[in-house]
Every structure is written in C-alpha cells, then in structure tokens.
Design a protein around this ligand. Structure first.
Ligand code: C5P
Length: 251
C-alpha cells in the first residue's frame, strides 16, 4: 500500500519502549472454519492446550458456533468473532452490546465511519476489542470502481485506517504486506493478519500469503491461521510449530 499523505499519529520511536506483546502462543488465532459443532468440538479436543485463541466466522457461527464461543470463553479460551458487522448505527450498537456481554475478545466491523462510531460507543466499558476491516482483500481497484468508488484500494485502506484510529477502533485486519505501512499510520493499534502459510504448505485460495515469521517481523500482533492447522494430519503439532516460529521471530 501507499503511505498516506497525512499521518495523524507518529509511532513511538523511543528505544526504551517496553514490549507489550502477548506471549507467542496467545498471538496465534486458529480459524474454526468448520461446518458443524461436532467437527469443531473434535478439532478443539485435538488442539487441546496448543491453542488459546479461536476465530469463529459465518460458517460455524450460523451452525451453533455462538453457543460454542460462550462455552470456550467459560473454559478460559479467547474468542475472535469474525462477523464483519455493518448496518444502521442502532442495529450495530445493539449487536455489539450482545457480543460484549458474551465475553468475546475481538469482533470485526466494516470500517465505515458511522458503523465504527456506533460500535465504539456500544462497547464502552467492556473488555471487547473492535477490529476494523478496511477493504476486503478480495477487492481490487476495479471491484471498488464497480461498486461506485472513485479511489483505489491503497487510498481507501489508508483513509479508513486513519478514520478507524480516530474513532477509537482497537485494531485493524490487514495483510502482512500492508502491516509495516499501516504501523506508521496507526501507531500501536492492534494488527491482525490472515493469509498465513508456513513455508512449503499449500496456499489454498489465498493469493497473497506470508510465513508466520515474516508476519511477525512486519509488525503483525496476531496471526489468523485456518487450513494449515485444521487440515493438518496433526493439528496440535502444526500449531506448536507455528508458535515456535512466532517465538523465534519475536526475539
Ligand atoms: O484457511 P486460512 O488460513 O486461509 O483462513 C484464513 C481465515 O481468515 C479465514 O477464516 C478467512 O475468512 C479469514 N480472512 C481472510 N482474509 C481476510 C479476512 C479474513 O482470509 N482478508
């Protein structure tokens, strides 16, 4: 992405700044992209203590995954609800209140200013952290043009990232390639990145992929990993290998 023309906040460049990063294992978020509760339960059982943080999206969410999320939270796991909310402000706010009551850690909302303001106001006082989705990674400049936008992806990502910070979002979902430029723009906001593939693994339908180590060195805070773990012959071993790669890259 292109660096923005205006920078609302400069990053803290003090060398003495202490690291506030979570432990390597807590930086791995496993996407439970599975079709049923039975499949999710079996995967969670196999992963055991190797995984502390799960992402639940549409597929599992609409197949009983919201109840599972609450069970996992009660058992001490953390939950990222990837619901990418976008609606009139009143509806977004009521939805965010319900998610905050569940005890989820992260929730995604689309980075439209009205939507973000409603979400930020509704979660006030809760531990819920809001992640803004700037521009979906499946969109290129032509897709934006088709949807009526007159600016391209880079400019829209930069504009929405700045707005997300201004409005009080906690973090952004971004690709690892965008991370270092976004870091300059948004300072210490949390950066969460999918599209992670350990070296040598199949890319699936992800066009732009990054290794766990590269994502960490680019400044990403949390890595979202789905198929490399849930389709592995030994999911816990794969999760442990990724955590080890995070730990090495973070030192
Ligand atoms: O299986 P894989 O590791 O590709 O899963 C990545 C996860 O991250 C999926 O749940 C997908 O929906 C999500 N995601 C993504 N790209 C984005 C935003 C979310 O792949 N831009």
């Amino acid at each position: 992405m292109v660096l923005p023309r205006t920078m609302p906040r400069q990053p803290d460049q003090s060398p003495a700044r202490p690291s506030l990063k979570p432990a390597p294992r807590d930086r791995l978020i496993v996407a439970l992209d599975l079709p049923s509760l039975a499949a999710a339960d079996a995967m969670i059982e196999r992963l055991g203590d190797a995984v502390t943080f799960y992402k639940i999206g549409y597929q599992l969410g609409f197949a009983g995954g919201l109840e599972l999320a609450q069970t996992l939270i009660r058992s001490g796991k953390r939950i990222f609800l990837d619901m990418k909310l976008h609606d009139i402000g009143h509806t977004v706010a009521r939805g965010v209140e319900s998610v905050a009551r569940m005890g989820a850690t992260f929730l995604t909302v689309h980075a439209y200013p009205q939507t973000m303001r409603a979400a930020a106001e509704a979660r006030a006082g809760s531990a819920l952290r809001l992640l803004a989705v700037t521009v979906l990674t499946s969109y290129d400049d032509l897709d934006l043009n088709e949807a009526g936008y007159t600016i391209g992806v880079d400019d829209l990502v930069a504009r929405r990232a700045a707005q997300a910070q201004e409005i009080g979002m906690d973090g952004l979902v971004c690709s690892a390639e965008e991370a270092s430029a976004l870091r300059l723009l948004v300072g210490d906001m949390t950066l969460v990145t999918p599209g992670i593939r350990p070296a040598g693994l199949a890319r699936g339908d992800q066009k732009r992929v990054t290794t766990p180590a590269r994502a960490i060195t680019e400044g990403v805070d949390y890595l979202v990993v789905g198929r490399p773990i849930i389709e592995a012959s030994d999911p816990a071993a794969m999760a442990n290998a990724i955590v080890a790669e995070i730990a090495t890259a973070a030192t």
